[in-house]
Design a protein around this ligand. Structure first.
Ligand code: SAH
Ligand code: DHB
Ligand code: MG
Length: 220
């Protein structure tokens, strides 16, 4: 049922141009796993970016550039997506895809472990970001939240993917470090007075999962 409803929603709202569709299909050819956000999730990111007039976007976890391209397309001229990726091959594939999309000037792919590349964003004047999308190794999500708060301003929006994982997030004793990381992240997010946040469960073309969404406030 949920897959059919997911297909229905994607059919209505997830129209992909040839480029995005080809990214989704290229997994076998490029060795990039087929775990990009779905087409309707791409639309969600675009709606959010447009709603807040985002110009500066940070992504942690690039893969083949599907979500980065979606976000770059929602930016005004002069906007920028900085996206962090530890896997050299994924970064190379992304650069090629971004070039094909004609977005090279808007998308800056930085290769390295995010924990190593995040500090430079503070030093080089890239921050504050208007929008931050966390979608890399979930075990570090709580640390990525700390960085997100350092690199944002009141009014910034932080979104994290994969916070439900087929319900695995319910298991407080899970031996899976990614589940433990998501739980630490959600617990911190729910208790941090600097953000107004929630999480939503999603079903559909990517199975049963969820997004966390947070609006950064001024701490009042
Ligand atoms: N946002 C992408 C999907 C990202 S998949 C999209 O929707 O199109 C997760 C990506 O995070 C993978 O490419 C993986 O190589 C990368 N990653 C995993 N651990 C990382 C780390 N510590 N630092 C940076 N990138 C990491
Ligand atoms: C995985 C990672 C993702 O970001 C995602 O959306 C789906 C799956 C994974 O590591 O399996
Ligand atoms: Mg994801």
């Amino acid at each position: 049922m949920s897959d059919r409803a997911g297909d229905y929603i994607v059919g209505l709202f997830g129209a992909e141009d040839e480029l995005l569709a080809s990214l989704r299909e290229e997994a076998d050819r490029t060795g990039v796993p087929p775990i990009a956000i779905s087409a309707d999730e791409g639309r969600l990111l675009q709606v959010l970016l447009t709603a807040i007039n985002a110009r500066r976007v940070l992504e942690v976890g690039t893969l083949g550039g599907y979500s980065a391209i979606c976000m770059a397309r929602a930016l005004p001229p002069g906007g920028r997506v900085i996206t962090l990726e530890s896997n050299r091959r994924h970064a190379e594939v992304t650069r090629a895809n971004v070039a094909q999309a004609g977005l090279t000037r808007l998308v800056d792919v930085r290769v390295g472990e995010a924990l190593d590349t995040l500090p430079a964003l503070e030093a080089d004047g890239s921050a504050p970001f208007d929008f931050i999308f966390l979608d890399a190794d979930k075990r570090h999500n709580d640390t990525y939240l700390d960085w997100s708060l350092r690199l944002s301003r009141p009014g910034s929006v932080i979104v994290a993917d994969n916070v439900v994982r087929d319900g695995a997030v319910l298991d407080g004793d899970s031996a899976d470090p990614d589940v433990a990381g998501i739980r630490r992240f959600l617990e911190r997010l729910s208790a941090d007075p600097r953000v107004s946040a929630t999480a939503i469960q999603t079903v559909g073309t990517k199975g049963y999962d969820g997004f966390a969404l947070a609006l950064v406030g001024n701490g009042d």
